[in-house]
Design a protein around this ligand. Structure first.
Ligand SMILES: [Fe+2]
Ligand SMILES: [Fe+2]
Length: 297
C-alpha cells in the first residue's frame, strides 16, 4: 500500500473509527480503594493538570475537525475529539470518586489550525511514549493496584490510536504535497517534536508548581527507577501497544529511535554501583535485583 493514496487514507481512518469503543467513564469497573492505595492516588500531584490538558485537547481537536474538508478525515478527527473530551470527563470522575483535592486549572486554548494540530500530534507522540513507560512501571513496581491501572491501559490504547492516526495523516498529507522524502520528513518531524516540547516547557512555566509527594515508600521506589529501566520499559510497552494496530499502518518512529539511542549510550557507560537503592517493598526488591544483574550482564 502506498502512502498518500486513497487506500492509505481509507485504512488509517477506518482503523481508527472501527477501534473506537463506546463507554461512559462512570460505567468503568473502578475499584474501591482504601489505605495506602487511596492515599497514594490522592498524593499524585498531576490530576488537575491531566484533567485540564485533556479538556483543552478535546476542545481543540473537536474544533479542528470542523475545519477539515475531506469527509472521512473530518469524521475520524471528530471521533478523536470525542475521545479527548471523554478523557477529560474520565479524569474528572477519578477526582470526584476518590476525593482528590484538585481545584480547576485554567489553561489557555490552543489556536485551531492544521499547523497547531501537527504540533499537538507530535506532542502526543512524546507524551504517550512517556505514559507507556510510567504506567507499565507503576504496574511492575506495584505503585497502584492492577484493577485501576488496567483502566488507564485503556486510555493509553486510545492515545496509541491517536498517534498512529496522526502520523499516518501527516504522512498522507506530506506525500500528497510531494514532500515524502525520508531526510526532509525526519528533519520536519524533529522540528515539530522540538516545538511541542518547547510549548510544554513554556506552558509549564505558566502553571502553579506541582506539590511535593508526601509518601516516603513511593519516593524510595521512584528513586530506585533508573533511566535505563524507564527507557527499556517504555520501548517494550510501545511495541506492545503498537502491535495491537494493523501492521500496514505507519507507526511513530522518532521517540523510539531517540530512546534506543539513549539506551545504547547508557549501556556504554561504566556501571554505577550506587544507582539502585534497596526499595522498601519485597516485590520491588526482586525487580531491582533483576535489573542489577541485567545491567551487570
Ligand atoms: Fe487524551
Ligand atoms: Fe490523544
Amino acid at each position: 500500500m502506498r502512502v498518500g493514496t486513497p487506500e492509505h487514507r481509507e485504512l488509517f481512518c477506518r482503523t481508527f473509527i472501527e477501534t473506537h469503543v463506546a463507554f461512559e467513564p462512570e460505567e468503568l469497573p473502578w475499584p474501591d480503594l482504601q489505605g495506602v492505595d487511596l492515599a497514594r492516588l490522592r498524593a499524585f500531584p498531576f490530576w488537575r493538570y491531566a484533567r485540564s490538558i485533556e479538556q483543552r485537547a478535546g476542545r481543540m481537536v473537536t474544533a479542528f475537525a470542523k475545519t477539515i474538508e475531506d469527509p472521512l478525515i473530518r469524521e475520524t478527527v471528530a471521533v478523536q475529539g470525542t475521545e479527548e473530551t471523554r478523557h477529560g470527563r474520565l479524569m474528572e470522575h477519578v477526582i470526584e470518586r476518590y476525593g482528590i483535592d484538585a481545584p480547576p486549572l485554567d489553561i489557555a486554548d490552543a489556536p485551531i489550525s492544521p499547523e497547531e494540530f501537527r504540533v499537538f500530534g507530535f506532542g502526543e507522540c512524546t507524551d504517550s511514549f512517556v505514559g507507556f513507560g510510567a504506567i507499565a512501571l507503576a504496574r511492575e513496581k506495584k505503585i497502584l493496584p492492577d484493577s485501576l491501572l488496567s483502566i488507564f491501559d485503556g486510555v493509553m490504547f486510545e492515545e496509541t490510536r491517536h498517534v498512529v492516526f496522526f502520523i499516518n495523516w501527516w504522512r498522507y498529507e506530506q506525500a500528497r504535497a510531494g514532500r515524502d522524502n525520508f531526510f526532509t520528513r525526519t528533519a520536519t518531524a524533529l522540528g515539530y517534536h522540538g516545538r511541542a516540547a518547547l510549548g510544554t516547557i513554556t506552558g509549564a512555566t505558566d502553571l502553579p508548581p506541582m506539590p511535593e509527594l508526601d509518601d516516603p515508600d513511593l519516593k524510595e521506589i521512584v528513586a530506585g527507577i533508573t533511566p535505563l529501566m524507564f527507557i527499556e520499559t517504555a520501548l517494550a510497552e510501545n511495541r506492545r501497544m503498537m502491535s495491537r494496530l494493523d501492521r500496514r499502518l505507519i507507526k511513530p518512529t522518532v521517540m523510539p529511535a531517540i530512546a534506543t539511542a539513549l539506551l545504547l549510550g547508557i549501556r556504554m557507560l561504566p556501571p554505577r554501583k550506587d544507582v539502585v537503592k534497596t526499595p522498601a517493598l519485597a516485590p520491588v526488591a526482586q525487580d531491582a535485583e533483576a535489573v542489577r544483574s541485567r545491567n551487570a550482564a
